[in-house]
Write a protein that binds this ligand. Structure first.
Ligand SMILES: C[S@@+](CC[C@H](N)C(=O)[O-])C[C@H]1O[C@@H](n2cnc3c(N)ncnc32)[C@H](O)[C@@H]1O
Length: 300
């Protein structure tokens, strides 16, 4: 790029480079143009939502051009997701610190947290929430904003992930409302009950794991790998959650690509599915009473 490169020229050049490299998108953007804009904003120290008409004609300085080159080379050469390069990501309208210790936040749960899962739960009555498999803490933090009267417990089996979650809890000044716990699923919760359990567990099946684009291989295997059919953790959560829910409690579980396997495995269970903006059934909502009936209905 030459010294009189404008923001618009840089976007066009970077977009071409990203397209030519046949990258995979899916960590914050879904196309080369949006990713190019985000990349240049980060290199030029601009906020993506602060771009206006004048920005497009701005001439970029030498430092900004050098930053663009460096970030673009890393994105293309190492196929490293931009969120890891920038160490930031947005989820449910909030900003989070991220690095390779955690999955890059993108859960479908983000589409529903603002609506507080109504009408499936009586949100005003929710005081105790568990975010199981919290990773970066993004879901727990977003829930804390959406349910201002609730106390949140956020847990993960990865101590490295919990370090990142702690950074985010502090950044959002939610230390008084979010308790972080190291636990293999429900292991550390004996005797505790919640009004709402929310989880985005690992659910990528074995064959899909082998076909993941390079970008996803930068993420922790433990955050994605759901065993042979993707249901290793989901099964366990469905079988155990009842004990940790109040009688009127509800479990909201992301299953997305594992949804077909789940329907096959529990043919008689009338799960309530929530669809994503794209129309796919991605989240299931199930009450404590329904979970009680579910135990024993798994096809062997
Ligand atoms: C799909 S990631 C979700 C992270 C975060 N909730 C999000 O939506 O971005 C799944 C998380 O589950 C954690 N995990 C995997 N196995 C677990 C287990 N047995 N018990 C608790 N957490 C587990 C991983 O460490 C990872 O942080």
């Amino acid at each position: 790029m030459n010294p009189s490169t404008t923001f618009a020229n840089a976007v066009a050049t970077v977009q071409q480079r990203l397209e030519a490299a046949e990258l995979s998108f899916g960590h914050g953007t879904d196309n080369a143009f949006d990713e190019a804009v985000w990349l240049i904003c980060s290199a030029a120290n601009l906020e993506p939502d602060g771009i206006d008409e004048a920005t497009w004609g701005t001439i970029l300085d030498h430092t900004q051009l050098a930053n663009i080159e460096s970030i673009c080379s890393e994105r293309v050469g190492a196929r490293r997701p931009l969120a890891y390069i920038n160490r930031r990501m947005w989820f449910a309208g909030h900003e989070f610190y991220v690095d390779e210790r955690v999955l890059i936040p993108r859960s479908h749960l983000g589409e529903w947290i603002d609506d507080r899962f109504e009408p499936w739960i009586n949100a005003g009555d929710v005081r105790r929430i568990l975010d199981l498999c919290t990773g970066s803490g993004c879901i727990g933090v977003a829930l804390a904003y959406a349910f201002p009267d609730a106390q949140i417990v956020a847990s993960d089996v990865s101590r490295r992930a919990l370090q990142v979650a702690q950074t985010n809890v502090k950044r959002h000044r939610l230390e008084q409302r979010i308790e972080l716990i190291h636990s293999d699923l429900f292991d550390q919760f004996e005797g505790r009950q919640f009004d709402l359990i929310v989880s985005n567990p690992p659910y990528v099946g074995q064959s899909a794991m082998q076909e993941l684009p390079a970008e996803y291989r930068h993420e922790p295997d433990i955050a994605l790998n759901g065993g042979t059919n993707g249901l290793a953790l989901i099964d366990q959560i469905l079988l155990d959650a009842r004990r940790f829910l109040a009688d009127t409690g509800v479990l909201v579980l992301e299953a997305a690509s594992a949804a077909p396997a789940l329907k096959t495995e529990y043919p008689d269970v009338p799960f309530n599915w929530l669809a994503s903006g794209g129309g796919d059934e991605v989240l299931l909502i199930i009450s404590a009473a329904e979970l009680k009936r579910l135990v024993g209905s798994k096809r062997s």
